[in-house]
Design a protein around this ligand. Structure first.
Ligand code: FAD
Length: 320
């Protein structure tokens, strides 16, 4: 069976959930070989093995933390040359997409970004994407070189699939460009204690209907009752009610959670573009004719200032 490289997104050895989802998809198209780089790379091996990695290629070097993405691209290229994989899978984070694009260019391969599903095909992996502001769902495959595919978080379940996960050191020679752009300082964002928006299993978003920055506290309370991330429409962001980092949509972030709750959001095409691939969509809107109701699984016609606090209380009660 052909090997499939999976780029490991981890923080000091703690593997992030989108990588475990990639392992589920990788097992459909071949034998997953994980590539873990930087501080704590070897510490990822046990988790990766539990989720199906037959092998874990590791390389630790200060360059991965001290410089931007090029050292990681150098390492992935070395892994491609060592393994000759059937595909390379990378999480669809901002960094992941930059790494994937640079890698595809380096190895002269085609690339598919923001896939939401992956299956084996007669001529290589077939990826599903939601394109043109979610107007179409397409299935495509890379016809040139080694397919490089980025996959959006929450596109697959995390599955236990014990495998050998043998750790092997990857031999990497950094290119001249690797040390071209040095990171001089990192300023961690103030933690809200909520999950990262693009990775969250549940997202609760507020729009113009929330009617003020101070009212976002009811959206946050609902989010916290569910362990969810908070999103916002562009109207709410442009009004200065919520940070741009939380904007969902065409010019914001693209999310694909198990559950997306839109409150006071009309459902403009540019908003849909960032959330339409969510597995279950719930909308709360006082206008029964709001376009968002065209795509929901469950719709509540009502005033969000009544519905959202009531929902929060009900969830808290049921959780005990
Ligand atoms: P509105 O469209 O004003 O809708 C507010 C909704 O709240 C209404 O349906 C109303 O019935 C409801 N409401 C009001 N009060 C209550 C209440 N008390 N209880 C319940 N419901 C209530 N938009 C994005 O979101 N993300 C993007 O990334 C994005 N990118 C864009 C890029 C371009 C190039 C352009 C042109 C536009 C973009 N937009 C984007 C803007 C988009 O077109 C819409 O203007 C925006 O999504 C509207 O936000 P909204 O739904 O919050 O506001």
């Amino acid at each position: 069976m052909a090997e499939v490289l999976v780029y490991v997104d981890h923080v000091d050895g703690a593997v992030r959930k989108p990588t475990l989802e990639l392992l589920t998809l990788a097992r459909r198209v071949g034998e997953p070989v994980a590539v873990a780089l930087g501080n704590g790379a070897a510490d990822t091996a046990a988790t990766l093995a539990e989720h199906g990695a037959v092998k874990v290629l590791t390389h630790e070097a200060a360059e991965y933390a001290d410089y931007l993405v090029v050292p990681k691209v150098d390492a992935l290229q070395a892994a491609v040359e060592a393994v000759s994989p059937a595909a390379v899978l990378v999480p669809s984070s901002a960094e992941g997409k930059e790494i994937a694009a640079r890698l595809a260019l380096r190895i002269g391969s085609g690339i598919i970004t923001d896939a939401v599903d992956l299956e084996a095909g007669d001529e290589g992996p077939v990826a599903t994407q939601s394109v043109f502001a979610a107007s179409f769902t397409t299935k495509s495959r890379v016809s040139k070189g080694t397919p490089v595919i980025t996959v959006k978080p929450n596109s697959a379940a995390v599955e236990a699939a014990p495998a050998a996960g043998a750790v092997e050191a990857l031999s990497v020679t950094f290119s001249a460009q690797a040390t071209g752009t040095k990171v001089t300082a990192r300023t961690p964002r103030e933690s809200t204690g909520r999950p990262e928006l693009t990775e969250a299993a549940i997202v609760v978003s507020g729009g113009r209907g929330v009617n003020g920055a101070e009212n976002f506290s009811i959206i946050e309370a609902l989010a916290d009752s569910l362990g969810a991330a908070v999103g916002a429409s562009r109207a709410a962001v442009d009004a200065g009610w919520y940070p741009h980092t939380n904007q969902v949509g065409q010019t914001g972030k693209s999310v694909s959670p198990q559950l997306y709750i839109a409150s006071g959001i009309s459902g403009a095409i540019q908003h849909r573009a960032g959330m339409q691939t969510s597995k279950t969509i719930v909308a709360i809107n006082k206008d029964a004719e709001a376009p968002i109701f065209e795509l929901v699984d469950y719709g509540v016609v009502g005033d969000l200032f009544d519905v959202v606090p009531a929902l929060t209380e009900e969830i808290k009660t049921r959780k005990g």
